[in-house]
Design a protein around this ligand. Structure first.
Ligand code: UT7
Length: 329
């Protein structure tokens, strides 16, 4: 890919105002604050307001990232949106975002349904596009998971939250350098996290819709847990090895925020102290493809990243997909 320096020009995020506590979930399903806290570390999550949609949130995060980069919407050359909760099925959310943002008639496309790994997969593509000569790429991860998932299923409902976050990347001398990105897929594990009803395999029937089947996520939590730890750790090791650095050189790890216990297990597997991991799952739950950029945005906002720091991002998602990235601030 040559010596072109691709860097992070801006980071932004958007969080819906409404905070929903674990206690509030007990009004909907048979659960408790104790169970959710002990098994996941989650205490609260944000829930999009009625009438607030995927595009509203994506555009708000994009404007925040543009502001951070000191850029106007017409200075963006390409847009990639990653989401499992699109505004509508057709067309993709990227088309809505391009127009609402006031961007030029640039390429805009979406990556969908790769779960929480979507954002770093998109970053991988965006980085390649910049090496190819595209000036600046806006990458947005956005989820309104509170509307996708059944509020009657305690196995999944309590885990998720709504959020959007965005990166702007491009060639340049300023901003954190994106040193490397790695991604992979093991499609033999599609069974461990799936929404089966609603696609071409099992189109909606009235009966199923009435029973809420279209919101039913099939999830093998224990298998997911094991795969998550294994693949996030492996991806982290691969990206640092490719960059010729070691885990000891890493100042901060920003992992996908699915479950505190998964993050603790990754820290153990990598033999790294937990205080090198940024954790905000307690505040927002699992926000899918928004999770990693939201965590990086908050870590930087909280002054946890200094110039020269090596920061490692790592994630996993339904598929089974995984991806990791290494940045030098
Ligand atoms: O981005 C991908 C999204 N998904 C994930 O990242 C999930 C990864 N997996 C996990 O985070 C964990 O496996 C869970 C948090 C989902 C579950 O924790 P666990 O320690 O693996 O739980 P378990 O399987 O040992 O226990 C589940 C038990 C079941 O009861 P029985 O069958 O043992 O009597 C569930 O019915 O916990 C019960 N349960 C709940 N109880 C109270 C499941 N959800 C709840 C709940 N409140 N919300």
């Amino acid at each position: 890919m040559g010596n072109t320096r691709i860097c992070l020009l801006g980071v932004g995020a958007y969080l819906p105002e409404r905070i929903m506590t674990n206690e509030e979930w007990t009004e909907h399903v048979d659960t408790s604050d104790e169970w959710i806290t002990a098994r996941t570390g989650i205490k609260r999550r944000r829930i999009a307001a009625d009438g607030e949609g995927t595009v509203d949130m994506a555009v708000a995060a994009a404007l925040c990232a543009l502001d951070d980069a000191g850029l106007a919407p017409d200075e963006i050359d390409e847009i990639i949106v990653t989401t499992d909760t699109p505004e509508v099925y057709i067309p993709d959310t990227a088309a809505f975002v391009q127009y609402r943002l006031g961007a030029r008639e640039i390429p805009a496309y979406a990556l969908g349904s790769s779960g929480c790994a979507g954002f770093l997969q998109a970053l991988d593509i965006a980085r390649a596009r910049c090496h190819f000569g595209v000036g600046r790429v806006l990458v947005i991860g956005v989820e309104v998971l509170s509307r996708l998932i059944s509020w009657n299923d305690r196995n999944t409902s309590v885990l998720f939250g709504d959020a959007a976050a965005a990166f702007i990347i491009g060639q340049g001398k300023l901003g954190a350098e994106i040193i490397g990105v790695t991604a992979g897929t093991d499609g033999s594990r599609v069974d461990i996290l799936m929404m089966e009803v609603g696609g071409s395999r099992r189109p909606f029937t009235l009966e199923e819709a009435q029973q809420g089947e279209h919101q039913h996520v099939i999830m093998n939590g224990r298998e997911l847990f094991k795969e998550a730890v294994r693949r996030m750790s492996e991806a982290a090791c691969r990206v640092i090895e490719q960059a010729g650095v070691t885990l000891q050189d890493i100042a901060l790890v920003v992992p996908h925020q699915a479950n505190l216990r998964i993050i603790q297990a990754v820290a153990k597997k990598l033999d790294m102290p937990l205080n090198k991991f940024f954790i905000n799952v307690q505040e927002y739950g699992n926000t899918g493809s928004a999770s990693v950029p939201l965590a990086l945005w908050e870590a930087r906002k909280n002054g946890l990243i200094a110039g020269g720091d090596l920061v490692l991002l790592t994630s996993f998602g339904a598929g089974f997909h995984w991806a990791a990235a290494l940045l030098r601030f």
